[in-house]
Design a protein around this ligand. Structure first.
Ligand code: PEP
Ligand code: MN
Length: 332
């Protein structure tokens, strides 16, 4: 249940009501909101005189429920916005890992050439083996921030674990919480206190309910700037790396008010399928795309098989505008 309290109620009273209803408190411009467990279906008597309006939830998808807030949330990034009434499909591109100055300069150059504003590169990589490249860490973050300034881009980079979440929050324009990190409540709670957009990727064994509930940790922590990213789930199929759950995307569009970003690169796992899959994603009428691109994919230190080379990416980019237009969207 969401209880919108009347304005000007003292903090002591708000905290007491929150304790008695086992709620999270979210501060809003018009007053505090209490987000109670969804099993509560009636306004408790001791709250009645403080409540302006209320909404009854049918599950712990509450702040992100379209039945609570029908409008898609607006996400404000330094260079553009998505969701809300923007009809933008934000193209996010870059290598899986930031590997060197030369590599990231080449990528930034490509993005500028193609009028793309959002550069993505991982500095803390959540690898499945401790013996694989783990990312450049803080040195990479500083380099990425330098490239942002030099090329006039905005940057998104991922958090691997809680130990560096505050570093990523400080340097990134958009914070990426990866498929493996999305269950880490330390990370989610830190993102809830951040005042920057957060992109949460769906774990490959995560139900849609669990996925949106991960977002609820951030929303109920006071950060309304959350996007969801479908990046493929694990099925019985082994010919592709994962299976992009477009049915899940249709469900999220219908029942959830958070902007949706689709990542065909990790879902497919192989570059040959990424362009077609990307076009299918655009046709779904989504708010963003995340595509991995590398100056020399065969030399990439992570996810080498799925990254597009620059020429393939150029050709792909050209083909997207007309599809976006057909579904009332604009690639930005
Ligand atoms: C990535 O975006 O490079 C990545 C590691 O993705 P995921 O968390 O979806 O596996
Ligand atoms: Mn990757």
């Amino acid at each position: 249940m969401i209880l919108r309290l009347k304005p000007h109620i003292s903090e002591d009273i708000v905290l007491d009501l929150a304790r008695r209803t086992e709620s999270c408190v979210v501060q809003k411009p018009g007053g505090s909101w209490l987000i109670t467990p969804s099993k509560l279906k009636l306004v408790p008597e001791f709250c009645e005189s403080y409540v302006d309006s209320f909404w009854v939830a049918d599950s712990d998808i509450q702040l992100a429920a379209r039945s609570f807030e029908p409008e898609t949330a607006t996400i404000r990034t330094p260079l553009t916005q998505l969701g809300g009434d923007s009809s933008h499909t934000l193209l996010i591109a870059g290598p899986c890992s930031l590997e060197s100055r030369e590599q990231i300069e080449q990528t930034a150059g490509l993005l500028k050439e193609l009028n793309i504003s959002t550069l993505r590169a991982g500095c803390y990589k959540p690898r499945t083996s401790p013996y694989s490249f783990q990312g450049m860490g803080l040195e990479g973050l500083k380099l990425l921030a330098e490239i942002r300034g030099k090329y006039g881009l905005q940057i998104i980079t991922e958090v691997r674990d809680y130990s560096h979440v505050h570093e990523v929050i400080e340097y990134a324009d958009i914070i990426q919480v990866g498929a493996k990190a999305m269950y880490d409540q330390g990370i989610l709670r830190a993102c809830g206190k951040a005042r920057k957009p957060v992109l949460i990727k769906r774990g490959f064994g995560t139900t849609l309910q669990e996925f949106v509930q991960a977002a609820e940790f951030v929303l109920s922590g006071g950060n309304s700037q959350v996007m969801l990213c479908e990046r493929g789930i694990r099925t019985f199929e082994t010919k592709t790396r994962f299976t992009l759950d477009l049915c899940g995307v249709a469900w999220l569009k219908a029942y959830c008010n958070l902007p949706l970003v689709l990542d065909p690169s990790h879902a497919m796992g192989y570059a040959y399928g990424v362009p077609d899959l990307t076009r299918a994603c655009v046709a779904m009428g989504v708010d963003g795309l995340l595509i991995e691109v590398h100056p020399s994919p065969e030399k990439a230190l992570s996810d080498a098989a799925q990254q597009l080379d620059h020429d393939t990416f150029r050709t792909l980019k050209k083909s997207l505008s007309s599809i976006a237009e057909a579904v009332g969207r604009k690639i930005v």
